[in-house]
Ligand binder design. Structure first.
Ligand SMILES: [Zn+2]
Length: 435
């Protein structure tokens, strides 16, 4: 199921660097050593639903190709089938990519491709081996939390790229793109799997270290930036080493601003400021101030993108968030500290889980993506998808309350949002959970 949000999601998800199979058109006259011309049936079989192509392995299994005379095509023959006039989109250009289906090493490879699609690493003197070490170090520093893990960081990184590609690029320089993407992959570095409230209530080491900081941001966000600085201070993983001292200082400021902006307690102020930009022409001026603000918006928007994805991915991400909330409640109970009341019923009540999801989408995600789409019209389908997910959660809640049981009406996904203006959202939680 595609969200069809951009030109990228409408193309086949086939990696550019691997052999591709023809879907339509092209010169297929070289099948077989005897110059036998493939007939239409053979071509349809090759490019059809039983295609042996695997984007992950990048390999073609010759034996999977149908042949009237049992002739097995070799790799060279398969390469001859590729029509160079057909442009396939890499899977990392799709909103529909499911990162859980990809190995960490593959995600790191895609990250290089994403960076190099704008030539960022080459331009700023980052060797591939160092970039790979940097991302491996990020992955190693991520705890195996239910939600705040390396896959989440990678997803925010990839979504930040999609936001740049779908409109923000017109306002950014390569320097700011690099800052946005580094901030995205590092924005939750070494996340403990609980929110800022837990840090405060438990008087954690992170809280004690960062509570006196004058910056109006959460202790976790300050910690994530400090962890990012540590990685960049290590010569083995310092991907900014080719920058001048002035450039490095400016880059760290961009990264810091973007990471601190992921603190949910700053969300509404950020949205108020974004609304002002929506009303301007152009939406963002050619200034460092506006570019820095846009980077903050991009990373925060990407951080809240899970519920703007197709429903199965939205439910997967949402389920992981809820599991982490439930674990936090259990941690609070075990530590005999004040528990988060809004998390109390999440384990036992499906209604509470749906209400938590619906409130989050209604109050935060939907409005944010609507504002983003006003700046960048190519994002409208993601805003629409957030509203469809909202409609789904709303219907599930109604069904439970009516005692009809919990079902999954597939048609709801495609129904327009029936959210009523002026309805008062019932947020489960204080809305400041760290995402
Ligand atoms: Zn995050």
């Amino acid at each position: 199921m595609g969200t069809g949000s951009s030109i990228f999601s409408r193309k086949a998800e086939v990696h550019q660097s691997t052999p591709s199979l023809p879907i339509n058109g092209g010169d297929f006259s070289t099948i077989g050593n005897d110059n036998k011309v493939a007939d239409t049936k053979e071509i349809q079989d090759i490019g059809g639903s039983r295609s042996p192509y695997s984007p992950d392995s990048g390999s073609l299994r010759a034996g999977d190709f149908p042949s009237n005379d049992n002739k097995v095509a070799d790799t060279k023959e398969i390469e001859d089938l590729v029509d160079p006039r057909i442009q396939y989109s890499p899977i990392w250009q799709s909103w529909d990519i499911n990162p859980f289906e990809h190995e960490k090493s593959k995600l790191i490879e895609y990250a290089w491709d994403i960076m190099e699609s704008y030539g960022l690493l080459t331009k700023f003197g980052v060797e591939r081996s160092k970039f790979t070490r940097f991302l491996n170090a990020v992955a190693l520093r991520m705890n195996p939390n239910k939600f705040h893990n390396f896959v989440h960081c990678w997803s925010v990184f990839q979504t930040t790229y999609l936001l740049i590609r779908n409109g923000a690029e017109q306002y950014l320089t390569p320097f700011y793109m690099l800052g946005a993407l580094i901030a995205a992959i590092c924005h939750d570095l070494h996340h403990p799997g609980n929110d800022n409230n837990f840090e405060k209530k438990s008087r954690s080491a992170i809280y004690e270290r960062y509570q006196n900081n004058d910056i109006a941001a959460g202790v976790l966000e300050r910690y994530h930036f400090a962890e990012t600085e540590k990685l960049l201070e290590n010569p083995d993983t310092d991907i900014l080493s080719a920058l001048s001292p002035e450039q490095r200082s400016a880059m760290l400021t961009i990264i810091k601003e973007a990471i601190l902006a992921t603190d949910m307690s700053r969300h509404f102020r950020l949205m108020d400021e974004l609304a002002l930009h929506v009303g301007r022409t152009p939406h963002f001026e050619d200034t460092d101030e506006d570019r820095t603000f846009l980077v903050r918006i991009l990373v925060h928007c990407a951080d809240l993108s899970g519920q703007a994805l197709r429903r199965d991915l939205a439910q997967k991400w949402g389920g992981f968030v809820l599991e982490e909330f439930i674990e936090q409640f259990d941690k609070e109970s075990a530590a005999n500290i004040e528990v988060s009341e809004s998390f109390r019923n999440l384990k036992s009540s499906e209604l509470a889980r749906f209400e938590c999801q619906r409130s989050f989408v209604d109050i935060f995600v939907s409005k944010q993506w609507e504002l983003a789409a006003q700046c960048f019209p190519a994002l409208q389908c993601q805003a629409d998808q957030a509203n469809k997910n909202l409609a789904f959660y709303t219907l599930e809640i109604a069904k439970i309350k009516e005692g009809a049981g919990v079902g999954h009406l597939a048609q709801v996904v495609d129904a327009p949002s029936e959210r009523k203006e002026g309805s008062v959202p019932q947020l489960v939680g204080n809305g400041e959970e760290s995402i």
